[in-house]
Design a protein around this ligand. Structure first.
Ligand code: SAM
Length: 298
């Protein structure tokens, strides 16, 4: 499989060959999420076709591609139960959540007080408000828990603006058209049928490197790669199309050999620490033809 080659400094500016801006106005995701593919949307959207019947994303995170495309029908899944609870609540009551979030003071004392609350001791709505508050104020949007399942990310160094009420209502409207599934990716993939488009963006589990585990203790790891590979074959067999994002590594190259694939440089925020920011390669692997712009650049 050939590789997409482009100048690293061009890629840094996001002007690598094959990258086009998406003219359609997008919905702004309401979560910050480690591993979000926000920087790569212009590449990813090229794989979505109007003929696709439904959009399915089994490793949803902040679901930035889903909000960018705003499909008429979709399924989002994630094995982070709290995250799916948040999506359900935003779908059902964006205004109440927005009002409550805006009433919470944004300082270190309040942050650590909310972080110390046990989610199990809170009612469902307060649990979601806590999740949103911690997500918007924690370090780099990381979701990390200790072995007891307690969220343990420190407060962020910068205070970014919250989403607006309109942003949250737009997300809510989009989620009305979406089925939400809590659980392992295979649970979401059971719903796939011919004509669907499936975007899979698992945590990058790499045998040769110690990865920072941002998504909790039961997160996807290298032992799950064969299950992922088998799922891709099933999606293909049933007549749906898939797109996988994966870090450049032996596992990704094995997946890439079997399907259409391109590799490109991206700016990676390793473990979220400023001194460790560097450039890395990522693969896009798909069973459909590569979009013309990406294909031309290979
Ligand atoms: C790289 S993030 C996805 C980022 C997303 N594409 C975005 O734009 O924000 C990977 C997600 O997979 C979820 N995850 C980890 N292991 C999983 C599994 N076995 N099944 C389903 N989801 C899983 C994590 O909770 C995390 O939200």
């Amino acid at each position: 499989m050939q590789e997409l080659r482009c100048n690293l400094s061009d890629a840094i500016e996001g002007v690598c060959i094959g990258v086009q801006s998406n003219p359609k106005p997008s919905i702004k995701p309401f979560l910050r999420w480690a591993g979000s593919k926000r920087q790569q949307l212009s590449r990813l959207v090229q794989f979505w076709k109007p003929s696709h019947q439904r959009y399915i994303e089994p490793f949803a995170g902040s679901a930035c591609l889903f909000f960018e495309i705003a499909p008429a029908q979709a399924i989002l899944g994630d094995n982070n139960d709290s995250l799916i609870e948040v999506y359900r609540a935003v779908r059902d009551q964006p205004d109440r959540l927005f009002d409550r979030l805006c009433r919470i003071r944004r300082n270190a004392e309040t942050y650590y007080r909310w972080r110390a609350k046990s989610p199990a001791s809170l009612d469902a709505e307060t649990r979601v408000v806590r999740f949103l508050f911690l997500n918007r104020n924690c370090f780099n949007g990381i979701f990390r828990t200790n072995l007891k399942g307690e969220f343990n990310v420190p407060i962020g160094t910068k205070q970014g603006a919250y989403f607006t009420r309109t942003d949250l209502r737009e997300c809510s409207d989009q989620l009305q058209k979406t089925k939400l599934v809590a659980g392992d990716f295979t649970r979401t993939l059971k719903h796939v049928r011919a004509g669907d488009f499936v975007y899979l963006d698992p945590p990058f589990a790499v045998t040769s490197r110690r990865m920072f585990r941002e998504y909790g203790t039961k997160s996807f790891d290298t032992t799950d790669v064969p299950r992922l590979a088998a799922s891709l074959a099933q999606i293909d067999q049933c007549g749906a199309e898939f797109l996988v994002s994966y870090a450049d590594c032996t596992e990704a190259r094995t997946l890439a050999k079997r399907w259409n694939a391109v590799k490109f440089p991206i700016r990676r925020h390793v473990a979220g620490f400023f001194g460790d920011r560097r450039y890395a390669y990522e693969w896009l692997v798909s069973n459909s033809c590569l979009p013309q712009q990406l294909n031309k650049a290979r």
